[in-house]
Design a protein around this ligand. Structure first.
Ligand SMILES: NC(=O)c1ccc[n+]([C@@H]2O[C@H](COP(=O)([O-])OP(=O)(O)OC[C@H]3O[C@@H](n4cnc5c(N)ncnc54)[C@H](O)[C@@H]3O)[C@@H](O)[C@H]2O)c1
Ligand SMILES: O=c1ccn([C@@H]2O[C@H](COP(=O)(O)OP(=O)(O)O[C@H]3O[C@H](CO)[C@@H](O)[C@H](O)[C@H]3O)[C@@H](O)[C@H]2O)c(=O)[nH]1
Length: 470
């Protein structure tokens, strides 16, 4: 079966880049990405490619080539569903903030709405591809909804989780370690799996395309993120021990990473992992384990999150204790707000939680991030405080302790301390000598990413505190 028309529900960080790459690599397939969010779609259609709603290196180039040729962005969801023979669901699946499973389970309401809409519109057979990250056995729920509300057409549900990391999305899609496709082992299931394999085979080798049953595919996505996050929490746990013993966490990571069984990647100690996926997916895994009455397994994975929270708190506490146990009315400059470099995404960024702790202690937080806007930074804090039950009055008061700048030098002028929250390359290139001259003394640098040259900064006169450095 040859796919001619693809539709993707959800034009976010996954739907936008993945469909752009599919369109680029498969010029004979028409790809339409739809979203309910009109502003987002307008931004994807903006003539100025600098205004795309997602910042990713090389994304503008890919969109520029395919858009209008065989790549389209639209809010007409019904028309796109009707025309497609393969429909990707790439909508958000955040942690539930209400009701049963609040704070743990994935909120599947957006996915369910997609299934109901597809069932209502579809008049011919369609392949439905789960691209969103979903709890194991969601395909069963989708199939039930599709079959019981549909117009008698056949729906074949595949699981095709996405493994791209933000900041390297295009590179990850062009040269994926692997693409995973789970489907039913029935004749129709196998045809659907092959149809999706053929899409990816436009640019990936057979070795890069793995096929499994649906449940293994769904569970592999949660497992991959749990293992990756576990490595970060492991090295971050040891960073605390390094600080107490004068060992150097980067040296320890390098020493263990050269063991080919351990490997060097994902061993960078930090202020804590962020992003929309790790925490959400592990909480979801923990919830599933408890649901299946496996409390020991649940507790094991939950510790990865507990340690990550500890790491963010520890960083904030270190700033407070170093600044003579009070940050009240002191200017602390945050370099970086995004959850990692080369993205404008701030979801679950460590910066949000560190800022919360410091603002609670009376600090004035002055932020510069090369890709994150003032509105976004303020919205991130307001959202956290709303979730924590703060009144509007209290939120307005706390926002007065938060300042955002368009240039780093303004943010750094007359600061008591600098904290590096994101590992943007440009921070390494600043004129740290003149920054020092314009700061209160003693001038502190808290490098939450261990990216700055600590020896050089110490020579200039800074008091430098890295992560996991004694
Ligand atoms: N962000 C990542 O790097 C990443 C990587 C791999 C997997 N994932 C998973 O992919 C999924 C999407 O993540 P994201 O970061 O792209 O989310 P996102 O919030 O950036 O985008 C989701 C989009 O779906 C839209 N949407 C919601 N309901 C809709 C509907 N019924 N019809 C049409 N559009 C609808 C929203 O308006 C939003 O624009 C999640 O399950 C996530 O866990 C994310
Ligand atoms: O050694 C490391 C590596 C990462 N991080 C932090 O961990 C977070 C997540 O980073 P990364 O995994 O690179 O970015 P994501 O875009 O969140 O990607 C993860 O989550 C995606 C969504 O599920 C998956 O598709 C990817 O495979 C998975 O890497 C960020 O805050 C990083 O700064 C560290 O602190 N130390």
């Amino acid at each position: 079966m040859k796919i001619k028309n693809i539709c993707c529900l959800g034009a976010g960080y996954v739907g936008g880049p993945t469909m752009s790459v599919i369109a680029l690599k498969c010029p004979e397939i028409k790809v339409t990405v739809v979203d309910l969010n009109e502003a987002r779609i307008a931004a994807w259609n903006d003539d100025n490619l600098d205004n795309l709603p997602v910042y990713e290196p090389r994304l503008a180039e890919v969109v520029g080539e395919a858009r209008g040729r065989n790549l389209f962005f639209s809010t007409d969801v019904d028309a796109a569903i009707d025309a497609a023979d393969m429909i990707f669901i790439a909508v958000n699946t955040p942690t539930k903030t209400y009701g049963e499973g609040k704070g743990m389970a994935a909120d599947l309401k957006f996915v369910e709405l997609c299934a109901r809409q597809i069932a209502r519109i579809a008049k011919n057979d369609k392949i439905i591809v789960e691209k969103s990250t979903l709890p194991v056995r969601t395909a069963e729920t989708l199939q039930t909804i599709l079959d019981s509300t549909g117009n008698g057409v056949h729906f074949e549900v595949l699981s095709n989780p996405e493994f791209l990391a933000e900041g390297t999305a295009i590179e990850d899609l062009f040269n994926a370690d692997r693409v995973l496709i789970g489907g039913k082992q029935t004749p129709k299931g196998k045809v659907a799996i092959q149809a999706l394999v053929d899409v990816y085979a436009h640019w990936l080798t057979p070795k890069q395309i793995l096929t499994t049953n649906v449940w293994s595919s769904e569970l592999s996505k949660l497992t991959a993120n749990a293992f990756l996050a576990q490595r970060i929490s492991s090295i971050n746990a040891l960073s605390a021990l390094c600080e107490a013993t004068e060992a150097n966490v980067d040296e320890v990571a390098n020493a263990i990473g050269t063991d080919s069984r351990i490997g060097p990647k994902f061993l960078k100690a930090s202020v804590g992992f962020g992003g929309s996926c790790f925490q959400k997916d592990i909480l979801n895994l923990v919830y599933l384990c408890r649901f299946f009455n496996l409390p020991e397994v649940a507790n094991y994975w939950e510790q990865v999150i507990i340690l990550n929270d500890y790491q963010k708190y520890r960083f904030a506490k270190k700033i407070i204790s170093s600044l003579f146990n009070t940050v009240s009315d002191k200017k602390i400059t945050f370099l970086g707000w995004a959850f990692k470099k080369d993205t404008n995404d701030t979801r679950e960024s460590a910066a949000i939680y560190v800022a919360d702790h410091l603002i609670e202690d009376g600090a004035q937080i002055h932020v510069y991030d090369p890709k994150v806007s003032e509105a976004k930074i303020k919205a991130d804090m307001s959202y956290l405080w709303e979730l924590n039950g703060l009144t509007e009055h209290k939120i307005t008061a706390k926002l007065k302790q938060l300042f955002v700048y368009k240039t780093p030098m303004e943010a750094l002028d007359q600061a008591h301390a600098v904290a590096v929250l994101t590992e943007w390359d440009e921070f390494k290139t600043y004129d740290w000598k003149s920054i020092y001259q314009n700061m209160y003394k003693p001038a502190f640098v808290f490098d939450g990413r261990n990216i700055l040259d600590a020896d050089k900064l110490t020579t200039i006169g800074f008091q430098v505190k890295g992560i996991g450095k004694g």
